[in-house]
Design a protein around this ligand. Structure first.
Ligand SMILES: CC(C)(COP(=O)(O)OP(=O)(O)OC[C@H]1O[C@@H](n2cnc3c(N)ncnc32)[C@H](O)[C@@H]1OP(=O)(O)O)[C@@H](O)C(=O)NCCC(=O)NCCS
Length: 425
């Protein structure tokens, strides 16, 4: 058995040696170029980062440390965090030691709730989550160690300490946000006997259905990471590269997740599905009615939420996992049924429409309908569990970056005059 820290301590020297060899032997070899279109177009496809926690294959979707997500959907989120950090799934004892450490660190300081209570009542749940994280910054072990002058090679240890503390506390902060923001009554105490995902489900107090805990575990596994260049991951790693500790960096990354083209899309997806039901007398419409609704949306210049992706070019395996869950647990739920029907219709319509490079569903197309099924009807909240899950990826990427002693991020920008001169315009 190895604790997460022991396993990392065992692996990091070899990772450093491997990267050092590559840089020493092949450091000046180009692995990517940048076209003018890419420079103006969000750097899409430019290979300029190393992230070993996970990779998004255009066809296969998310692959975590070499293992396709579809082979991990029955794991616990804590196992996935261990895998993201180390490249190995924990054995039973390794998992137990991580869970015990998380339980020991789970108590959220009382001032966090006071800060959240002082926020305006209509603050977006993501603002509350990120504020809750940021106001705990004074607790950072990394910051303390840095101020004490700890050596650079050891930064990863205190970054891991901060990661585990943050992850341990996030479900309680996130559940508090839900219950306060949507007036669900007082907070529900954590149950120390429960695992991370089940405890989050318990503290939300949304449903007594035992499948809800299973759903939260699945939700937390599926949203855990999506390589290094997406908005939240890139933001988090950039902020953390300045050696701003994880409290700063994680809240910054999650602020990016709050955007409608990123994590907020799941709230928009459910709005889309409910809009369909509402327009058709709360009944699942016929395929022809659905097709018309989709075309009307496109023709009015709007996107179909939950479809398309910057990297994926196939059905997102995370969507497939939610679809399988819904088919097992709530096949007759009207919102879920609409999601299922849309999946059979939208890709062909988007292909005919001819704009989206990827006509297939992404993770957000299905997750909201399942949260809704379990009784969580407040869809402005939906990005929050996404954020709790994505903290696993952002934190493990930060541990990796500090383990590899990655320097401050500083790509070069150019001015339009320079580009014009380069091309002779
Ligand atoms: C995810 C997303 C932001 C990726 O953006 P992207 O990489 O720029 O996507 P593309 O290169 O395929 O975009 C090309 C065009 O297709 C359009 N397009 C992409 N996805 C679309 C969709 N779901 N519905 C309609 N049009 C879409 C884009 O708006 C763009 O149109 P434009 O040329 O008029 O600006 C985009 O697909 C989208 O907005 N999807 C809906 C929101 C969503 O589901 N977000 C969650 C992401 S996990």
């Amino acid at each position: 058995m190895a604790t997460l820290k022991e396993k990392l301590a065992e692996k990091i020297p070899a990772w450093r040696e491997r990267a050092g060899k590559l840089v020493n032997k092949h450091g000046d070899r180009a692995i990517s170029g940048v076209t003018i279109q890419q420079a103006y177009g969000g750097m899409r496809g430019v290979k300029g980062l190393v992230c070993d926690t996970s990779l998004v294959d255009p066809q296969k979707g998310l692959i975590i440390r070499g293992i396709p997500l579809k082979d991990l959907v029955h794991k616990m989120p804590e196992e996935i965090f261990y895998l993201l950090c180390t490249g190995e799934l924990p054995d039973k004892a390794g998992l137990k030691s991580l869970q015990d450490e998380m339980s020991a660190k789970a108590k959220v300081p009382g001032y966090v709730f006071k800060v959240l209570d002082a926020m305006p009542e209509d603050s977006h749940p993501m603002v509350l989550l990120d504020t809750g994280i940021l106001c705990m910054e004074r607790e950072s072990v990394f910051k303390k160690k840095y101020d004490e002058g700890v050596a650079k090679g050891e930064y990863w240890e205190s970054t891991l300490d901060d990661s585990i503390t943050l992850m341990a506390r996030l479900p309680a902060v996130a559940a508090y946000v839900y219950r306060r923001r949507f007036k669900k009554g007082g907070p529900i105490d954590p149950d120390p006997k429960l695992d991370w995902g089940a405890n989050y489900a318990h503290m939300l107090g949304v449903s007594d259905d035992p499948e809800f805990a299973n759903f939260m575990r699945l939700y937390l596994v599926l949203h855990c990471d999506h390589e290094g260049g997406n908005v939240s991951a890139f933001t988090c790693r950039t902020v953390n590269s300045a050696l701003s500790d994880l409290y700063y960096a994680l809240s910054a990354g999650l602020n990016g997740l709050a955007g409608p083209l990123h994590g907020l899309a799941n709230q928009e997806c459910l709005g889309f599905v409910l809009g369909i039901l509402e327009k058709h007398g709360n009944k699942v419409p016929s395929d022809d009615q659905l097709k018309k609704f989709v075309w009307d949306t496109l023709n009015s210049g709007r996107v179909i939420p939950g479809y398309g992706h910057a990297v994926l070019r196939a059905t997102d395996p995370r969507f497939s996992a939610f679809l399988d869950f819904g088919k097992r647990v709530c096949p007759e739920d009207p919102a879920f049924k609409v999601v299922e029907r849309l999946f059979t219709l939208v890709p062909d319509i988007l292909m005919e429409h001819g704009k989206a490079k990827n006509p297939w569903p992404n993770v957000d197309a299905g997750s909201g309908s399942l949260l809704y099924h379990f009784g969580m009807k407040e869809f402005p909240y939906y990005t929050v569990p996404f954020g709790v899950s994505r903290a696993m990826g952002l934190c493990s990427q930060a541990v990796e970056a500090r383990a590899m002693m990655t320097p401050i991020t500083r790509p070069k920008s150019v001015v339009t005059d320079w580009i014009e001169k380069e091309v002779g315009m």
